[in-house]
Design a protein around this ligand. Structure first.
Ligand SMILES: C[S@@+](CC[C@H](N)C(=O)[O-])C[C@H]1O[C@@H](n2cnc3c(N)ncnc32)[C@H](O)[C@@H]1O
Length: 274
């Protein structure tokens, strides 16, 4: 019985993590585990005994375990060493442990953004299909562009930086060497199904930079995938405001997740109302 094992763990927990419960990206009931309790010995074997692992099926009870990173300079002696929780799996959640799909980065992928977009597609079940058109703003050197081109999409890669040669040579890839600020709607194909935004700027700046393009893109968009950088941790508190801003572009179905390949950033998928 998975639930029995998890409730035993609640006995060693400290305070309810209300901020996590309220955060838009987490509807799980999470509970802090103090560092002291963690060092005192949490029986991880019991967690592993919960089940065989692998993707969760709808309706299954899933144990959540988040560990504070050991190499975090802020975490020499963290108050919280781990968060544990429990949720029942449904179609809106990631089925794979860790929240992504196991993605092998091909040897010729020029950046780990290849894995980021594959994980986003798997997590949010994005119906990206051959023949569709995608635009990526902040596309060089082209990991995500390569992933989409390999799926048979036509991809317009917008970046002043160069695309890797193998990406540029992929069928369906077009490079627009422009800054987003000087890009007009007429520079892009008439029908754009997917928008990817992966510019290495603070998210508030990114949303300001792309705002002029969105009204012309949204009518045909099936969805957008933003990588929101977290240049400082204060941006985490800004996430609800950024989500509201993205929704106001006309993409009200917004979800956030830190994917396995995300570093100091989160993935934001925004879709038109269903
Ligand atoms: C994290 S990299 C993108 C990685 C890329 N998505 C991939 O799959 O390899 C960020 C990129 O954003 C681009 N960038 C930053 N500001 C930009 C702007 N205003 N217009 C266009 N590109 C921009 C940078 O040149 C840089 O190549």
């Amino acid at each position: 019985m998975p639930s029995a094992t998890v409730w035993e763990f609640r006995a060693i927990t400290a305070t309810d993590r209300s901020t996590a419960q309220n955060a838009p990206w987490s509807r799980m009931a999470m509970t802090d585990v103090s560092t002291q309790a963690w060092r005192g010995g949490v029986d991880v074997d019991a967690w592993q005994a919960i089940g065989p692992g692998g993707p969760a099926e709808v309706g299954e009870l899933v144990a959540d375990l988040i560990l504070a990173p050991e190499d975090d300079p802020m975490a020499d002696e963290p108050e919280v060493a781990a968060w544990i929780g429990l949720h029942r799996h449904d179609a809106s959640r990631a089925a794979e442990p860790g929240g992504g799909a196991p993605t092998d980065m091909p040897l010729d992928a020029p950046s780990h953004a290849f894995c980021k977009i594959e994980e986003a597609i798997a997590w949010a079940q994005l119906p990206m299909e051959a023949g569709q058109c995608a635009v990526e703003l902040g596309a060089a050197p082209g990991g995500a562009v390569l992933a989409l081109a390999r799926r048979g999409l036509d991809v317009v890669a917008v970046d002043l930086g160069d695309l890797a040669a193998q990406v540029l040579a992929s069928p369906g890839v077009t490079h627009l060497a422009k800054k987003v600020g000087s890009l007009g709607r007429a520079d892009l194909p008439a029908r754009v199904d997917w928008l990817l935004v992966d510019m290495n700027l603070a998210p508030q700046v990114v949303l300001h930079e792309i705002a002029h393009l969105l009204p012309g893109l949204v009518p045909t968009l099936r969805g957008a995938v933003f990588t929101l950088k977290l240049p400082d941790w204060a941006v985490v508190d800004e996430l609800p405001r950024l989500v509201a801003q993205i929704a106001a572009f006309g993409l009200p179905d917004v979800r956030l997740r830190h994917l396995p390949s995300n570093r100091r950033e989160v993935c934001c998928v925004a879709r038109p109302a269903r």
